[in-house]
Design a protein around this ligand. Structure first.
Ligand SMILES: [Zn+2]
Length: 326
């Protein structure tokens, strides 16, 4: 009767008693008693005994039965003490600040200030720059200017487009750019198509610069890494005085690509022709660190020669844009 009550009383007892059995003999009756309580053998076996154990009486059988109240202390005694709970480490009082990421951070070292309008004022040095050099005439004018600059000891900076390289190659004149490098002048990137960068997506700006670098390397036959760029029409480089929609984005993109944006401090805007411009340049607007912008469309090779003479007489050393910052 007691066994049936035990069986119905709590299904958990089976699991608990099996657990006790797995621990081996206990302080209670022989394992046969445990088996009786667990598997409920026939009463005859219980009364007749089994094996070499003394034949227990029915009273002994009843008393050898494990009740839940008997088992629980045994289980508790056999159950390992719970591990001490883990106390989480205290967090630092001061949270770690996230590392800021600059979307304009250059992906290669800049060799000059990120944005250039003029050079340092502490030395009598100026930079004469010549843009575009479109067409076969552009290559011929560059060649003539190289002869003059070599004779007068001047260093110049050229900003040709990738399209101009195509023109010069078609005309069989692209070797002039090898002379530019050999004579110690500088070449900056003026994009391939001469489009308004304010109207181009970042990826298109990069394509314009990359393709121009690629074309220059092709016509040179070696890699000459350009570190300066000049935006066509200056678009993207007027943060102070002109309408500059998207200019911040353009300057950020250019800087991220590892270029210094090289603008100028003296240009031909506001003059009626190259003679007026030459007059201005020769009569005082040039100061230490000036960067002078020229185009062959409005400034002849003869004008370049005259300008070099005038600046040299005034005590200026003509250096490249990058040399202004060296
Ligand atoms: Zn241009």
């Amino acid at each position: 009767m007691g066994l049936r009550v035990l069986t119905i009383q709590c299904a958990l007892c089976f699991a608990l008693i099996a657990f006790i059995a797995s621990l081996g003999p206990t302080t209670g009756p022989a394992s046969g008693s445990t088996a009786a309580a667990t598997f409920e053998p026939p009463m005859a076996d219980m009364t007749a005994g089994a094996g070499s154990d003394p034949a227990p009486s029915s009273t002994a059988t009843f008393s050898s039965t494990l009740w839940v109240s008997d088992v629980i202390p045994l289980v508790l005694a056999a159950t390992p003490a719970p591990a001490p709970s883990v106390v989480p480490l205290a967090l630092p009082a001061t949270p770690i600040a996230p590392v800021p990421t600059d979307p304009c951070a250059p992906t290669r070292p800049l060799t000059a200030p990120a944005f250039i309008k003029s050079g340092p004022k502490d030395r009598a040095r100026v930079a004469v720059t010549i843009d575009d050099t479109f067409g076969a005439s552009g290559a011929k004018n560059v060649a003539s200017v190289l002869d003059i600059a070599k004779a007068k000891g001047a260093k110049l900076t050229f900003f040709p487009t990738g399209g101009a390289f195509d023109d010069h190659e078609k005309a069989g004149l692209s070797s002039v750019w090898k002379r530019v490098i050999a004579d110690g002048h500088e070449i900056g990137n003026h994009t391939y198509s001469h489009w308004n960068l304010l109207k181009l997506a970042d990826k298109d700006i990069q394509d314009e610069l990359d393709s121009t670098q690629g074309r220059l390397d092709q016509i040179l036959g070696f890699h000459y890494e350009m570190h300066l760029m000049r935006p066509p029409g200056g678009n993207g480089g007027y943060p102070d005085s002109r309408s500059d929609t998207n200019g911040t984005r353009v300057r950020c993109t250019v800087q991220r690509l590892g270029y210094s944006m090289a603008m100028w401090s003296i240009d031909s805007n506001g003059t009626s022709g190259f003679n007026d411009y030459l007059y201005r340049l020769q009569t005082g607007v040039v100061t230490n660190g000036s960067i002078i912008l020229l185009h062959f469309t409005t400034f002849s090779v003869a004008n370049v020669s005259s300008l070099i003479d005038t600046l040299t007489k005034r005590g200026f050393e003509l250096v490249t844009v990058s040399q202004l910052f060296a």
